[in-house]
Design a protein around this ligand. Sequence first.
Ligand code: SF4
Length: 329
Amino acid sequence: MIPRNKTGNQIRTYFTNPLELLEKLHLTAEQMLFSAEAVQDFRFKVPAAYVDKIQAGDPDDPLLRQIFPVHQETLLTPGYKKDPLNEADSLSQPGLLQKYYGRALLLVTPNCAINCRYCFRRHYPYEDKGHFWKQIEQNIEVIKQDLSISEVILSGGDPLSLSDSRFAELITMLETIPHLKRLRIHTRIPVVDPEQISDKFLKILADCRLHIIMVLHINHAQEIALDSQESILKLHKQHISLLNQSVLLKGVNNNVDTLAALSEILIENNIIPYYLHMLDKIQGSSHFEVKDNDAKIIYQQLRAKLPGYMLPRLVREIPGKKSKTPIIF
Ligand code: SF4
């Protein structure tokens, strides 16, 4: 376990050695089907705050399954690709993605607080494409020139991996663009490492003239422990619209009771259950796949159990399509 300095922010602690994590959780490499090759392919990184939510001694813990590198990741499965959404070809220029009308997506950092093994960007060529801070001014210039853009989406990586001061710089550049109305932030940090939501960060959001929508990524109710609830409440008190997107993942949340419990705790914490995504077929993630027929049964059961406002939309991302594709059963 190593402490890392998030420039300008407090020091955070991460696990970067899977075997060290297993020791802490009283589990063995054999029990978990650990693969060192999988780690070479996609780095292992988990905040200590997330590890605290994992049940020691349980190899099937739904949080552990999301982050632990296993041998199935090294298998080549037909239909699974390194860039399943053809994102590398959708860039209008490095770090700027414009696939939806009226919106522009800025890749502001390659870094995340946590590495989720099913991530659809786990093989993304961040270095080749140079999606880093140095591109930001040119990309903001493109947004300035395009009067059709009313919403900017910050993505990465996780945009909250930026230091607070760099994040403030970014917000200042964006809010001076007169035709921008909304800022959408896709992040997992309020849940996986909630203490990163600092008072300074909250003040930056409070002072911003844009309507801020934060799209969280939470897959299981167990992820919303007390520390996450406190951070989420602070965001809610800043009048930030909070939505959630989950991925339907085998062994994590592929049953009706788990998904219903997730919607319950989201609503209790002022978060709207927004999307339930089918897995993007990224190479190394096929062991997480829930087949369409099984998804259909789970979703029908969920619809029967929950009021409409608690039911996330089941969607799939199809490369080349101008919006997510709803799956209607
Ligand atoms: S936090 Fe999001 S972008 Fe980062 S690894 Fe997880 S799913 Fe991917």
